[in-house]
Design a protein around this ligand. Sequence first.
Ligand code: ZN
Length: 354
Amino acid sequence: MEVRFPFHYLLPRIFGIRQDRFHGDPSLLDSYRQRIKEPNDFVHWIMAAWCWDHYPVLIGGNTNPTGRFRRAPGDQGHLTVPPSSEHINTALDIILGPVLDAKDKWVLTIPRAVGHTATVEARALLSISGGAAIVLPMGIFGMVYVLNELVSELKAGRETHLSSKDTMFVKDNYAQIIAYLLLQREPENKDIPAFLMQLDQLRYTREPEKRGDIWSISTAQQLYVLLHELGHLVKTAPTNATGAERAMIAPHFSDENQEVDADSWAAGYLRRGRDRTEKWPYWLTVQVAMLILFGAMDLMRESGFMPGLSRDMIGTRLAIVLLSADNPSWPQSRYGSLGDRVLQMAREVLWGEA
Ligand SMILES: [Zn+2]
């Protein structure tokens, strides 16, 4: 919990000003940066930069101005520039701005920064005076593309760009690979970072259509992670805030009900997004994206990488993300009862079997 200058907290009460929602507080980002030591992980950094170089930032018609697909076809090599907070925020604003209801538009005034968090997790930083800021993990704008590439190659079957040896390597080490990508967990199999670096060769030969799919799916996951954090700010009154929370993909959830509330809010806006993808309808893309993301979490949980996270909870949350926007009156138990089924679907998508 951030304890800030107490008058911030007292003055509104003295003058009877109601504080029923958070206000943006960029200083929270500064104090976060001071407390969190940035990991010096070259592989993660370079992969974020390479993915950034190969995929446009986000849905919304705005493409990465420096991406390699805009350069001459024979131009090999990468621009080694990781995504900037400014680029990412602009892209997210362009998507969310037209979709948000007037009553919810204030969430766009909450400052956001991309951080080298120790794990791939977004965080809502809250202060006792009702200030808020959001940290978005750089991994969700880098490593998540790699995960979606792997899923795409596993699904491609005989047309995959992976050799059968590589496919076996992925399947044998899948949980470790995902934990490395999404949690930055040092893998037991020391060949994993080099293997993932070498996947970059595939990006030069990947069909534009396939790359478009990976981009769309990654974008939906990025959007979900941000919407989930914003959902916490909308659903929590400042007076009830209990401090900075670890969110999506975090090993510990502060309160399951808060997670469900945030997901329900996020699901409404995810469903409402617009069809900007070319090959698949928008909502199908989002569904696949959520099945991959939650499937990955469940595989990590099963392999002991996420203690404290239950299969029931992951299943309930996935069912809510997939179904609640269309069925707002369903009780939580109904989503819970569908958890097994949606996690089975998630597993099939993750392993390229669906
Ligand atoms: Zn959360």
